[in-house]
Design a protein around this ligand. Structure first.
Ligand code: PFF
Length: 461
């Protein structure tokens, strides 16, 4: 098959210039705050090694098969996620209920972006703090105090959240795929190199052995069932699954490119970034007598502490938080896209108008997350249900999307590929040797759905 789009069943849009362009864009979406901010802090909250092991299992047995399933559905449909599913449902004579795969994802992406942007705002604010040398010579209490003061100030949170969202709106409205693709080509490797530098620094601290053992020595007594659900939810979140993003990206992928190889590469890069981030962060946490379970503030306290005491710390800190902002932006852009596309289709708005409307709605919803960090920190809207006890609006948005909506949409994608599509069609699309294909086929039909359903039911009980 040629590199231009000639097949009639496929939409008439452009394709990635190469396998690497797809890998980079998909990795740009996958690698974000989830890897560097969320993975370390949920690992800390869930006791370390056992959680990491379950998370890795979830990536291999659930995340990768669903990533392949979503890319495959996108490439076969050749259009936006909802339109692709509509087309496929017609081809396969399946129920139109399957189109909900696209709808759940669009709503989840919208909700996630509303708080993702607030965290992106923290990262921008920390670029400023690094430049002005605010961390230099401070101890962990003082640095914890800076973080607490930021959370306690709704006006400044709103300001940084607005800066982040305006940047996202600007990029998405212009649809600068080429610019973004190019930027990601340099920024993602740079972020990785900086993380490795941080890890090397962490190796020189007295907490390295303890940090590494915290990450890699499983102690199952520390893992709760909610922890298992968190691990599963995070596998979806970190690989950008259940949101139609990988379907949309898959629709620009040429037929001659291996879905399996590219998906495995994306999954591996995402996992390596998360583990290196863990190895960079936990040693510093232990060396300074901090708690690994301190929650969402973990990297915003532990890393500034390291920057404050190392030579060239302000420079490295500035670079680190700048790259974190870029990693967050490349993910945030992919989160806004589904709502924009939907508004364009539905309302006939131009791309710019649709982006401004969708972006403004996300921005407004973000205000609720901001308030739940300070003025509304005691507001627990669903507190009457045991599962949601003590959860603020911010916590709820995170919980409902990562732990319920994404796994549900991902489960439906796996079921569609495994049970609605014909085996020969899937085999033809994947073009793997038969042993590997059978492994994929059995995983996507049985192991993946059963794993997701068991975790769901267990959690309900
Ligand atoms: N995968 C991103 C991260 O780990 O930060 C977050 C994300 C981006 C989730 C895009 C979903 C998505 F569609």
């Amino acid at each position: 098959m040629s590199t231009t789009n000639t097949t009639t069943s496929r939409g008439a849009h452009q394709h990635w210039s190469s396998r690497w362009a797809f890998i980079l864009a998909a990795t740009g979406s996958a690698v974000g705050l989830g890897n560097i901010w969320k993975f370390p802090y949920i690992t800390g909250e869930n006791g370390g090694g056992a959680f990491v092991l379950v998370y890795l299992l979830c990536i291999a047995a659930v995340g990768l098969p669903i990533l392949m399933a979503e890319v495959l559905l996108g490439r076969k449909g050749g259009r936006s996620p909802i339109a692709s599913m509509r087309e496929l449902v017609k081809q396969h004579n399946a129920s139109s209920g399957w189109i909900s795969i696209g709808a759940i994802g669009t709503i989840a992406a919208f909700l996630i972006l509303s708080f993702y942007s607030v965290i992106g705002g923290w990262a921008i604010s920390y670029v400023g703090s690094s430049i002005s040398g605010e961390f230099v010579g401070k101890d962990s209490d003082a640095i914890g105090g800076l973080f607490g003061a930021m959370l306690g100030n709704p006006t400044s949170l709103l300001f940084w959240h607005s800066v982040f969202m305006i940047t996202v709106i600007f990029i998405v409205a212009r649809g600068v795929k080429a610019g973004l693709e190019k930027a990601v080509t340099y920024l993602m490797p740079a972020l990785f190199v900086l993380l490795v530098i941080m890890m090397i620094y962490a190796m020189t601290t007295s907490g390295f052995a303890q940090g590494a053992s915290f990450l890699f020595t499983p102690d199952f007594s520390k893992l709760s069932t909610e922890g298992v659900l968190t691990a599963l939810g995070h596998a979806f979140f970190t690989l950008s699954l259940g949101m139609g993003v990988m379907m949309a990206y898959g629709s620009y992928l040429d037929d001659n490119i291996s879905i399996a190889k590219t998906s495995i590469t994306v999954g591996l890069m995402d996992t390596v970034v998360a583990l290196v981030a863990g190895l960079a962060i936990f040693p510093i946490v232990f060396a300074n007598g901090m708690e690994p379970s301190s929650g969402p503030g973990l990297i915003f306290v532990s890393l500034p502490l390291a920057f404050g005491s190392m030579s060239l710390g302000s420079l490295i800190g500035t670079l680190f938080f700048t790259l974190l902002v870029f990693a967050a932006l490349t993910s945030a852009i992919s989160l806004l896209e589904p709502s924009v596309e939907w508004l364009e289709e539905r309302s006939g708005f131009t791309r710019i108008t649709a982006t401004i409307f969708a972006g403004a709605a996300v921005w407004a919803l973000g205000i609720l997350s901001i308030l739940s960090l300070n003025l509304w920190s005691d507001v627990h809207p669903l507190g009457m249900f045991a599962a949601f006890e003590g959860k603020t609006i911010f916590d709820l948005l995170d919980y409902l999307t990562a732990n319920i909506m994404l796994p549900l949409a991902g489960l439906l994608a796996a079921l569609y590929v495994g049970w609605i599509m014909k085996k020969e069609d899937v085999a033809a699309e994947l073009a793997m040797d038969s042993t590997r294909f059978n492994l994929f086929w059995n995983t996507v039909r049985y192991i993946t759905p059963v794993a997701v359903i068991i975790v769901f039911i267990y959690n309900l009980l």
